[in-house]
Design a protein around this ligand. Structure first.
Ligand code: NAD
Length: 318
């Protein structure tokens, strides 16, 4: 009871701090250009939906030219499918495609109004990128992360060497899109302790402009979506590891018995086993609760490079 009370008080405190913060931020109507870092499955999806639904030009940054090429080829394929199904015209598809610019140079994000980071779920990688964004982006730019589990407060703290100076950290927020971005409507919006109310409002409004349904969660390990989803997936892998059921039985009973579109092992393959493992590690380390111990089999598969659909092999072959 005491810890529940403490959590409620901490949440209330965070909300109050946000309310009193006054750092100016742009509203979504003033987001004239979006920047996305990471052209993998999430970054590409975010860039495409922003270009298509919010109608903004997008600068897509990745440190791998191969990832950019693969991502844009996938965007072409998705747009061609929309045209073939008469969901959009060829002219509309061409216009959306012309809104996507790619580069390996992060410095080009000096020209955008809103950045969404979607690089792998590695804390130091994200901290370094946010420190760099703080250097290159002008004062009005909103800096959002698509992290699945890393504390927004810690990511925001990486933008300054002086924690008292919240001029940049107050503009950090999470827009946690769901996979696949063009299909899933929900977006989890999470404020760090430093995030201003204006930043939160801008993030919510911009996600709505992208056609999404935002919901707000507290900055707590795994937030809401993965706090609930990942232990479910992890438990399925433990059931496989310990022989409670084979792959097909596990996926079949959950798919056909709980009316979800796919079983947990197939879903893990679609998310990426490295991402699932990284999230379980954050839940385990940050709560210290053994109920979040990552499955040994999950870690072994990641060590083998079997990351699921994106690597061609996971619980299934692709
Ligand atoms: N996969 C999911 O289902 C899912 C869902 C919600 C959130 N997320 C989160 O979204 C983020 C991205 O996940 P993903 O599945 O798209 O990963 P991914 O592995 O598909 O893509 C990551 C991309 O980042 C690029 N990258 C790596 N280091 C970089 C750097 N220093 N600068 C620029 N680009 C760099 C890689 O080349 C790659 O293209 C993670 O934080 C993940 O936890 C993933």
């Amino acid at each position: 009871m005491a810890s529940a009370l403490a959590r409620r008080q901490a949440f209330r405190l965070a909300t109050q701090i946000r309310t009193f913060s006054s750092t100016p931020a742009r509203n979504a109507a003033e987001v004239k250009r979006l920047g996305v870092i990471g052209a993998g499955q999430m970054g590409l999806g975010i860039a495409l939906v922003a270009a298509q639904k919010a109608g903004v030009p997008v600068t897509l940054v990745d440190n791998s030219q191969a990832s950019l090429d693969k991502g844009l080829a996938f965007a072409d394929k998705l747009l061609a499918k929309d045209v073939s199904k008469n969901r959009i015209t060829q002219e509309q598809a061409d216009h959306v495609r012309s809104n996507l610019t790619s580069t390996t140079l992060i410095d080009q994000l000096a020209e955008v109004d809103f950045v969404i980071e979607a690089v792998p779920e590695i804390p130091k990688l994200k901290f370094d990128i946010f420190a760099k964004l703080a250097e290159i982006c002008p004062q009005h730019v909103i800096l959002a992360t698509n992290t699945s589990s890393i504390s927004i407060t810690r990511i925001a703290a990486a933008t300054t060497k002086d924690p008292k100076d919240t001029s940049t950290s107050s503009r950090v927020v999470s827009t946690h899109f769901m996979n696949p971005v063009p299909i899933q409507k929900g977006v989890e919006i999470i404020s760090g302790l430093q995030t201003s109310a204006e930043t939160l409002d801008t993030a919510i409004t911009f996600c709505k402009a992208m056609g999404k349904i935002p919901s707000v969660s507290a900055d707590s390990p795994g937030f809401l979506a993965n706090r609930i989803l990942m232990p479910y997936i992890n438990e399925a892998v433990i059931c496989l590891e310990t022989g409670v059921g084979d792959r097909d039985s596990i996926d079949s009973i959950m798919k056909n018995g709980t009316n979800v579109p796919m079983g947990p092992l197939q879903l893990a393959d679609f998310i990426g086993l490295d991402t699932c493992l990284a999230i379980m590690r954050v839940l385990h380390q940050e709560t210290g609760d053994s109920k979040y111990r990552p499955s040994v089999l999950l870690a072994k598969m990641v060590n083998a490079g079997w990351l699921g659909k994106k690597s061609g092999k996971g619980f299934y072959d692709y």
